[in-house]
Design a binder for this molecule. Structure first.
Ligand code: CTP
Length: 404
């Protein structure tokens, strides 16, 4: 469940910080991508270099130590994370988070992240029982943070009692168990068909027409649907991406016509169809068998229409929830609404590709989701992974209760 997940291990300043080394190592061995963020006090117990070697990633300790001028580290890492594990979480860290204090890299990241946060406290038995700590933990629990209870036993301060950081293997078990929990698997048993990337329309053996699509949005949707428990068939044009989740079956195509065939082949067995691909609307009327030789003067290539795959899926669907994308540079809502209607969609994701941070080949996106009853959700600028998760949740909500 945590293989290929992006995990931030947040380490605060307690003696149990040494156990965070084992945790980092075990998570990395399980195939997770781990980035460690330490408070300044944590660096007094364990050197950042230890975590760097174990995670094979840079360690973050200082909000103002920007490693890449193109990025703001605490936001970038906060957006990157799927899961955050705070181990050990001291009384101080818990107190700061519960009161919205963001005075270092770790606490700032915690306020910025949308990821699921697991807190593994470790402290002296009396500190753990202090009303302030109890109240702070209750507040965090109410806000949706998940606690991994400390164990009973010998504490470094000499006391025996509750407050010992849970063992790294048990922390991972608890996170995995929670991640596979039913509420995460809201698409379990569902077949999802997704198209991604560009298509290529050949002129001759060396040349083709295509577009700027990178496939990132379609692949992110496939991962998000698979994470939600669905079996995913991903029909993709040529991209440099590879799907990671084991529940994604990838079918590689090149032309719009091949995409048409594959999408129709899998339509009947699907519950949800998402058409994120940027399909060529035209292809050369003739494909030459041999390389075209250049001639004097200009060249004209006659183009013919490809089939509108989404429209034909809309016409032939029998109960599938059909979602299209609309790539628009002007009048996005007007054009998006028209496509929603004319292609018989259940929902459309309008992508204003002229807006900064959104559209082709970018890592982020900003979209508007509209269902056929007019429910409109604006999804603010976020990574394509995060946008994909939100889209998948909206599709699920609409399938449960479309008019809500
Ligand atoms: N689409 C498709 N087959 C095509 C063209 C587009 O299935 N031949 C799908 C895309 O995958 C997308 C939706 O239709 O989900 C809208 O694509 P877009 O390029 O925004 O619009 P078009 O329908 O091509 O209309 P226009 O080019 O006029 O904007």
């Amino acid at each position: 469940m945590i293989t290929s997940k992006n995990i931030v291990v947040g380490v605060s300043g307690g003696i149990a910080a040494y156990k965070a080394c084992t945790l980092t190592s075990k998570l990395t061995q399980k195939g997770a991508n781990v980035k460690v963020v330490m408070t300044e006090n944590a660096t007094k117990f364990v050197s950042p270099l230890t975590f760097q070697a174990l995670s094979r990633n840079p360690v973050y300790t200082d909000t103002f130590d920007e490693k890449d001028p193109a990025k703001i580290a605490h936001i970038d890492v906060a957006d990157w994370a799927d899961i955050v594990i705070l181990a050990p979480a001291t009384a101080n860290l818990i107190g700061k988070l519960a009161n919205g204090i963001a005075d270092d890299m770790l606490t700032t990241l915690l306020l910025a992240t949308q990821a699921e946060v697991y807190i593994a406290p470790a402290m002296n038995v009396h500190m753990y029982a202090h009303p302030a700590v109890i109240q702070n933990m209750q507040t965090l629990e109410e806000w949706g943070y998940h606690f991994i209870e400390p164990g009973d036993g010998y504490l470094a301060c000499g006391y025996v009692g509750k407050g010992r950081l849970e063992e790294p293997a048990s922390i991972i078990e608890a996170v995995e168990a929670h991640q596979t929990d039913e509420k995460h698997l809201f698409l379990q048993g569902k077949q999802v068909l997704i198209s991604a990337g560009p298509t290529r329309e050949k002129i001759d053996p060396v040349r083709f027409f295509t577009n700027h699509s990178s496939g990132k949005m379609g692949f992110a949707l496939a991962e998000a649907a698979a994470e939600a428990g669905a079996s995913v068939t991903l029909v993709t044009g040529p991209t440099s991406l590879a799907a990671k989740h084991p529940n994604i079956q990838t079918i590689h195509i090149t032309t719009a016509d091949e995409m048409y065939q594959e999408m129709h082949k899998h339509l009947a067995s699907s519950d949800i169809v998402i058409k994120a691909a940027a399909v060529a609307d035209y292809r050369p009327a003739v494909t030459y068998e041999h390389k075209m030789k250049k001639q004097d003067g200009p060249l004209q290539i006659k183009m013919e229409r490809t089939k509108d795959i989404l429209k034909s899926l809309g016409e032939q669907k029998s109960g599938q929830f059909l979602v299209g994308f609309a790539a628009e540079t002007e009048k996005p809502f007007e054009n998006g609404h028209k496509k929603l209607k004319s292609k018989h969609l259940d929902a459309i994701v309008i992508n204003n590709i002229a807006s900064k941070g959104a559209g082709f080949a970018k890592d982020t996106n900003e979209v508007t989701y509209i269902n056929k009853y007019g429910k409109t959700e604006h999804l603010a600028l976020a990574t394509k992974q995060e946008i994909a998760r939100q889209i998948v949740k909206l599709i699920h909500q609409d399938m449960e209760d479309p008019e809500q």
